[in-house]
Design a protein around this ligand. Structure first.
Ligand code: GAR
Length: 197
């Protein structure tokens, strides 16, 4: 199986969705024969993703960015963990740090990202707030191959989500996450098939 390393900063709902589809083989091509969630690297000591990983019996390693002098040094520590777990494919699931060339070049075309907007609209850390402020009526989420430029790179999957009157950051984020949990496992399955063909 392809060894997957997860990068996560927050609650880890995408990690859980990926793990559930993998364990229950609910998406064609994504099952314990094709993929293994080898390790979760997280950067915030209190991130709930750590508890989810524990519940899912996936090793979780803290690489706290506050303990490194530069983004490159954080990425070097992450690469070390991923090498230890023989990671083939990196999946950023709510990773809120900018990654450097160091990580990108260590895993060329082997890093996927999910972003809570229809890229190229609203890149960056405030995608949902910006979509609300702009007044778009449709937003969504995007799975793409990560490149050095933030929230850019070849798009693998997108889902559209309506913005409803009275939406708040929370209500819109929830609606987007329902779609994230569908398209991310699907995109990972398709990408693994592509890599092995
Ligand atoms: C997701 O909605 C993801 O799109 C977003 O963080 C959330 C993480 O949720 N990512 C970004 O904003 C990346 N810039 P989760 O921890 O519950 O999976």
């Amino acid at each position: 199986p392809v060894s997957i390393g997860i990068l996560a900063s927050g609650s880890g709902s995408n990690l859980e969705a990926i793990a559930n589809t993998l364990n229950n083989a609910t998406v064609a091509g994504l099952n314990p024969d094709t993929a293994k969630l080898s390790v979760v690297v997280y950067n915030n000591p209190n991130a709930y993703v750590q508890q989810r990983a524990q519940k899912l019996s996936i090793p979780a390693v803290l690489c706290n960015h506050r303990e490194y002098d530069s983004r490159e040094q954080l990425d070097a520590a992450i690469i070390e963990v991923f090498q230890q777990y023989q990671v083939d494919l990196v999946v950023m699931a709510g990773w809120m740090r900018i990654v450097t060339d160091k990580l990108i070049n260590a895993y060329p075309r082997r890093i996927l990202n999910i972003h809570p907007s229809l890229l190229p609209s609203f890149p960056g850390a405030k995608a949902i707030v910006q979509a609300l402020a702009y007044g778009v009526k449709i937003t969504g989420c995007t799975v793409h191959i990560a490149i050095a430029e933030v929230d850019a790179g070849p798009i693998l999957q997108q889902a559209a989500v309506p913005v409803l009157p009275n939406d708040t950051l929370e209500t819109l984020h929830q609606r987007i996450q329902v779609q994230e949990h569908i398209i991310y496992p699907q995109a990972i399955a398709d990408y693994i098939k592509l890599l092995s063909s």
